[in-house]
Design a protein around this ligand. Structure first.
Ligand SMILES: [Zn+2]
Length: 293
């Protein structure tokens, strides 16, 4: 599941749109935050509204009008079709560290936010609820607990790729006799050919370079020692980082900024919602390809 957030702007309602091309002017109708192109006297095309339910696709021949579509795309100062904010959380699995932190520290709040995203469909958060969520986020940052965790980071971009709470360990792949995972001491690759015997460590590193080879295989090189191992897959998914990447795994006290890759998009969406007076739309879809960014 892939999570996307957006908030519509009020550019149509406030008439802050670029001049309408002359050929469409006789047919354009405004209704609050809805813009119609009305050729017949019936409303059969809407755009840039919170309520795009009117009309149906079968009745919208103008949807394919490239001139109108081109104008609509850039009709207000906001990108992505009248959206005051548009952002992504990414795969739903990226919320796991936050959910895990809450299990460990139930007093830190964020219940409103997590219950909102813990859905398998689309939903709206009203501006009033968005204001409550903003307060939750500020409390989360200001009352952040003393808790240790393992932070996996792409050093080049400074992007947090994953967080493990407390002494958690994570198994990334298990195939045949090989296991790949990480814990507070670093990434490990083990081979266990004989059940009942201790596994053999083939690779152990808390600072390594990951490069992708043809056929999606990957090469991991421990930076301090130069030791390397070739794997059938990259250990971190491609959507999270570009290759090659310089990855560190550190066990330390966590800070609110470690979670900003999750909290920043929410904060921006909630602020945009309160400012615009329009709801936050949360879309959960099967994969990123369902969306055009
Ligand atoms: Zn706008």
């Amino acid at each position: 599941m892939y999570i996307r957030l957006f908030v519509y702007c009020n550019c149509i309602r406030d008439r802050k749109i670029k001049p309408i091309p002359e050929e469409f002017r006789p047919y354009v109708r405004f209704d609050d935050n809805i813009l119609y192109l009305d050729y017949t006297g019936d409303s059969h095309y809407t755009a840039g509204s919170h309520d795009c339910q009117k009309g149906s696709k079968e009745e919208e021949p103008e949807l394919s009008d490239p001139l109108w579509a081109e104008w609509l795309e850039n009709a207000c100062e906001h990108e992505n079709g009248f959206q005051a904010y548009s952002g992504t959380i990414g795969p739903k699995s990226r919320l796991i560290p936050l959910i895990r932190l809450l299990q460990e520290m139930p007093d830190i709040g964020l219940q409103n936010i997590l219950s909102a995203v813990n859905c398998n469909d689309s939903l709206e958060i009203t501006p009033e609820k968005a204001a409550d969520c903003l307060i939750e986020l500020y409390q989360f940052k200001s009352n952040f607990p003393h808790v240790n965790g393992t932070v996996v980071m792409d050093l080049q971009s400074g992007t947090v790729l994953d967080i493990l709470i407390c002494d958690d360990a994570k198994l990334l792949y298990a195939c045949e006799n090989y296991h790949i995972g990480y814990d507070k001491d670093g990434l490990w690759v083990t081979r266990n050919e004989f059940p009942g015997k201790l596994p053999e460590f083939l690779f152990y590193s808390c600072h390594f370079n990951q490069d992708v080879l043809p056929y999606n295989a990957s090469l991991l090189e421990d930076i301090p020692s130069g030791e390397y191992i070739e794997l059938l897959h990259p250990v971190f998914p491609k959507e999270n980082c570009s290759y090659p990447v310089d990855i560190t795994i550190n066990f330390r006290e966590l800070t609110p900024s470690d979670f900003s890759y999750l909290t920043d998009p929410f904060e921006k969406a909630f602020k945009a919602s309160v400012e615009a007076g329009n709801p936050v739309n949360i879309l959960c879809a099967q994969s990123a390809v369902d969306f055009v960014f």
